[in-house]
Write a protein that binds this ligand. Sequence first.
Ligand SMILES: *Cc1c(COP(=O)(O)O)cnc(C)c1O
Length: 396
Amino acid sequence: MLSERAGRIKPSPTLAMDAKAKAMKAGGFDIVNFGVGEPDFDTPDNIKEAAIKAIKDGFTKYTAVGGIEALKDAVIEKFLKDNHLQYKREEIIVSCGAKHSLYNIAQALFSPGDEVLIPSPYWVSYPDQVLLNDATPVFIRTNEADSFMVKPEVLASHITGKTKALILNSPSNPTGLTYDRRTLERIAEIVLRHDLFVISDEIYEKLTYDGFAHISIASLDRAVKAKTIVVNGLSKSYAMTGWRIGFAAGPAGIIKAMTTIQSQSTSNPTSIAQKAAVEALTGPQDFIQIMRTEFDRRRKFLVAELNAVPGMRCLTPTGAFYAFPNTSALYGKSFDGTEISSSSDLALYLLEQARVALVHGGAFGDDSHIRLSYATSVEEIKKGVGRIKEAVQRLS
Ligand SMILES: *Cc1c(COP(=O)(O)O)cnc(C)c1O
């Protein structure tokens, strides 16, 4: 009855885990939730006020499909200020979240038979969006020794005559790690040599630590910029996940195709949210610094605590709000005669026996790890890791 296409994909495992944790919480269980993929901060008041004003002013009708000019201009300003990237209005599209921008890109670029390179571990939606658009995801393994950055020579070895694009995500969800300039330069060289597109998801750009400055691959030079579609949005930087505003910048021909696709699917992003987005991008920015400082404090605390759990080993993330400890030393151990042999076994064990929700690494294509979000208070982190430690010590 359903289409063949519908059978190719699965529900987002991170959203599924979050729903499960929330359901247990609603059922009266005291759950520490490390599963969340959104800031626990409230959207700043100045942004909310702009939305309320938009409603009162009657700014409640259809807008231009790819976003109002004031918002496109604010996005252009943001790229110039933050990334030294210069775009025109026809090189910008505003969508219903960064995920929607990514989906439009997949629709505009991929054809049956195309191969799309995805460094693994990866954000859960990349492979499924590629599959939904009749192309084939090709995974490139990365590992802790390289801080989860794709090695240029390994990237080159995965390129075939069918390769169409590479999806990059820095700072990364789930690893929390960030690409350095030298590695980006070497990747850009290979991408240009093979005439590939780069889809660069920079949604965590504002959340970096230890003095690390985010670098957009598109900013390296004109040639790379001409082959890159940069994706970003307001969800993470301004705690606006529910508002659904994301955007993309790239070659005018691609942006135009994405806009046509958007015109036949969702039409414009919500008019009210667009007004709020203008305020977010052009109003006071101190909120970001406050949020970042708090995330940084939690990051240090969580990583130190995780490294004190026997059998866990965690790199220090330099971006986003996730810790991604290696838990493979725990596999093979048992509880009550049941063996823990994978990241999903471990996640289930910790949910049931420690009342701690987190996402198993398998969801991101890496079974040796688990992902913990620190978008929760230090008190909760302390309580949650204490429970994890205790539950892990019960394994034999
Ligand atoms: C949260 C997230 C997105 C999607 O953000 P929205 O703008 O809310 O759609 C995209 N990419 C990554 C890596 C994310 O973690």
